[in-house]
Write a protein that binds this ligand. Sequence first.
Ligand SMILES: CC(C)(COP(=O)(O)OP(=O)(O)OC[C@H]1O[C@@H](n2cnc3c(N)ncnc32)[C@H](O)[C@@H]1OP(=O)(O)O)[C@@H](O)C(=O)NCCC(=O)NCCS
Length: 159
Amino acid sequence: MSEPASSLPFLQARPMREADLDAVLRIEEDAYPYPWSRGIFADCLKVGYQCRVYEKEGEIVGYSVHSTAAGEGHLLNLCVAPQHQSQGHGRRMLRKVMAEMREQGADTLFLEVRLSNKAAQALYESEGFNEVGRRFDYYPAAGGREDALVYACALAGST
Ligand SMILES: CC(C)(COP(=O)(O)OP(=O)(O)OC[C@H]1O[C@@H](n2cnc3c(N)ncnc32)[C@H](O)[C@@H]1OP(=O)(O)O)[C@@H](O)C(=O)NCCC(=O)NCCS
């Protein structure tokens, strides 16, 4: 496991609002080759998924979207603006999501990650996730489709 969260830079987490979507979409479109649309974020807010933004001095640096139901958590999006990446923010945000899910009674956290997304895989693996499956042709990709790896992490009893 990497450095303790307490040594990482401080970000202020708060619920995402409709009014944040312009800023969130700018980051999403910068960070992903196949970004979510405004409609997907709006639907996540509407259905009550837990949507968070993480700010530094009033600027949105990243965001997360997750859901928790029947003892299972699902992390749907975790993103740090490219100019703020590799400074420990993603790890700190992930830990916050995991702590929140644990408080909500989830035993296990699941997520999908692109086969080619080695940075995200390294983060998840260093936080205790294991690959538990694969969804073939799950994502759009240049010249075709790309598989998703399904990762899971036990939450119950962990710190
Ligand atoms: C994946 C992501 C959230 C990581 O956030 P981050 O703030 O850049 O990551 P951190 O600085 O907290 O680094 C955490 C770990 O991630 C891994 N990592 C981060 N950037 C990496 C890179 N460029 N190459 C390889 N590993 C990397 C490392 O394991 C790192 O730990 P270390 O610093 O001890 O080596 C961020 O790169 C991102 O938003 N990417 C675009 C969106 C995305 O792919 N989200 C995940 C979808 S499943």
